[in-house]
Design a protein around this ligand. Sequence first.
Ligand code: ADP
Ligand code: MG
Length: 239
Amino acid sequence: MATKGAVVLETRSLTMRFGGVVAVDNVDFELREGELRCLIGPNGAGKSTFFKCLTGQLLPTAGDVLIQDRSMLGEPPCRIAAAGIGVKTQTPSLFNGLTAREHIALAVERHHGRDTAAARIDEVIDRFNLGDLGRRLVGELAHGQRQRVEIAMVVAADPWLVLLDEPAAGMTHEEVDRMVALIHEINRNATMIIVEHDMQFIRMIGDQVTVFHQGAILIEDHVEVVLSDARVREVYLGA
Ligand SMILES: Nc1ncnc2c1ncn2[C@@H]1O[C@H](COP(=O)(O)OP(=O)(O)O)[C@@H](O)[C@H]1O
Ligand SMILES: [Mg+2]
């Protein structure tokens, strides 16, 4: 999406503590319609915790999460999904004994009537290039292929907002290339947040980046500015 619109997601003084650990520290964050925003930072920076506060997997200690100006605090993940938000967490959610196609069918049938589902399943299979993989059990697929199935399931519901935690983790170079292309394609119809640790991947996505460090936002800017920032280099190399 070329033009960026209104603020669609916002956190206000968002804080998440685990005992004495402040994983997310008073974060004010804004995301505009159409954005493809990457959240980066070294291990332990608080990215996944921040992400889980957005998706309802964690109830923050303090602060607020607003989506389209409505507080989503305390809403369970199913209500977040019902609001048109697609989420892929770091934990795999595939069943090894089912085929890729059966997974897509599960995701599609959750959101479409059975009458329209069949056509929609084919559409998603095509869009994600899962034609050849469709009949194989996901337990037999390569890591990158499994990730593709997971993201296809998220997008099958036509979310307007897509939140992905480390979609390229553990992938080969070739798989990463395909994932980057896929993410750009998804962004044509959806606003996105991508949590990612890998700098090379962020560079390939090539958009606005928010850097987390010790639970707070260190810098927020275009990827080229961020990657040449001395503080960012220090934080990454120091970790
Ligand atoms: N469930 C939890 N219980 C206790 N501490 C946690 C929990 N989840 C995360 N943390 C701590 O919060 C900090 C941020 O972790 P996390 O959000 O996973 O970072 P990142 O995703 O950037 O690697 C770390 O110090 C981590 O150990
Ligand atoms: Mg993480």
